[in-house]
Design a protein around this ligand. Structure first.
Ligand SMILES: Cc1ncc(COP(=O)(O)O)c(C=O)c1O
Length: 339
């Protein structure tokens, strides 16, 4: 808890005097309780990836939610429009057909949906690429019933984990050049770009440092993980997976925690307090090359995951400790809400 709270405080201190505001990503914590801690520390609202996450957040009392994705399915559009009646909802779009569908849904429910046009700034995932596309979409949104054109979504995920700050700065500069030119063109044609949303833990102090972004969507900073540890940020690791050594023989320790409780996406988990030790994960076991026999039979150990977001989503609860004592048990309330 001390580390988690310090991470939230450090991020809010960074943004205290910046033009951009923090809009932390819910995909990391999937916890409404942590989302409220972030909002109380100054975040303007919460980002999420999925409509079902937005529903959990709205139900939990979060008043300003961005789904940093496109919602296309007609049934989901109806749910989104319904949600927008009770909570401020912003969503991304990059296709005129989707703008028409969003408008139809909002008009049917008598609600207002705020829309960001997604610009591809390096991921090659969703997003438009040209100023002409941006202007045509912005006009379409502006003219549509029930929709408000808010600005742009511009997330450069490709650079977030680069350990070289120069490389991250270069990636952000490329995004600024592209998004800046599109903004200028759209505004020269009479529309206002109010928000530019994007950025993550790896670029929070670059994108968030009084550039063109108005919202930063960092998520992992609250927990950190081994993938982000290599980037060398001010945040510390607060999230571990508790396991027991169930077998010990010379040179090897085996723990009772495998891929069902710890994500392997960015490599093997390391063992907290034992530099150099890591666990090779099968489904239910972690096999640790313990050459110096540092671990012992029945010992409780803690894995530090390579990727925090996809590890959290494997669990029902957080067991929150302070000074070695269990302080609270919090639900991973967004678990399973991935649609
Ligand atoms: C749209 C979007 N915004 C922001 C982030 C940043 O998250 P993090 O700070 O955990 O890297 C991500 C991560 O995948 C993302 O997909």
């Amino acid at each position: 808890m001390d580390i988690l709270e310090a991470n939230i405080r450090k991020m809010s201190e960074f943004f205290a005097d910046k033009k951009a505001k923090l809009r932390p990503h819910f995909k990391t914590t999937k916890s409404v309780i942590i989302s409220h801690m972030q909002v109380e520390a100054g975040a303007k609202g919460i980002t999420c990836a999925k409509l079902s996450e937005a529903e959990v957040l709205a139900e939990g009392g979060i008043k300003d939610i961005l789904i940093a994705n496109q919602i296309i399915d007609p049934r989901k559009l109806a749910r989104l429009a319904g949600l927008a009646k009770k909570t401020r909802m912003t969503v991304c779009a990059d296709d005129p057909r989707n703008v028409d569908d969003l408008s139809e849904a909002a008009a049917a429910f008598g609600s207002t949906i705020y829309v960001l046009i997604e610009i591809d700034v390096g991921m090659g995932r969703c997003g438009i690429n040209t100023k002409e596309e941006a202007l045509a979409l912005a006009k379409r949104i502006n003219d549509a019933d029930g929709l408000v054109f808010e600005g742009f979504q511009a997330y450069a995920g490709n650079i977030q984990h680069d350990p070289s700050r120069d490389a991250r700065v270069k990636g952000v500069d490329l995004a600024i050049a592209k998004v800046g030119a599109i903004k200028e063109y759209v505004e020269a044609n009479g529309l206002t770009v109010k928000e530019i949303s994007g950025g993550g833990t790896g670029s929070y102090n670059i994108t968030g440092d009084n550039t063109i972004w108005t919202e930063i969507q960092a998520g992992s900073y609250v927990f950190m993980d081994n993938h982000y540890e290599k980037v060398g940020l001010v945040f510390e690791q607060s999230l571990t997976v508790l396991a027991t050594v169930i077998h010990k023989r010379p040179g090897v320790a085996v723990a009772d925690a495998g891929q069902k409780v710890c994500c392997l996406a960015a490599g093997k988990p390391t063992i907290k307090g034992y530099p150099g030790l890591s666990a090779a994960l099968s489904e239910e076991h972690g096999t640790i090359n313990d050459e110096k026999d540092q671990l012992s039979f029945r010992q409780l150990i803690e894995y530090i995951p390579s990727h925090c977001c996809t590890t959290v989503n494997l669990h029902d609860n957080y067991y929150c400790t302070r000074n070695g004592l269990l302080e609270s048990v919090w639900p991973v309330s967004g678990r399973g809400h991935s649609r």
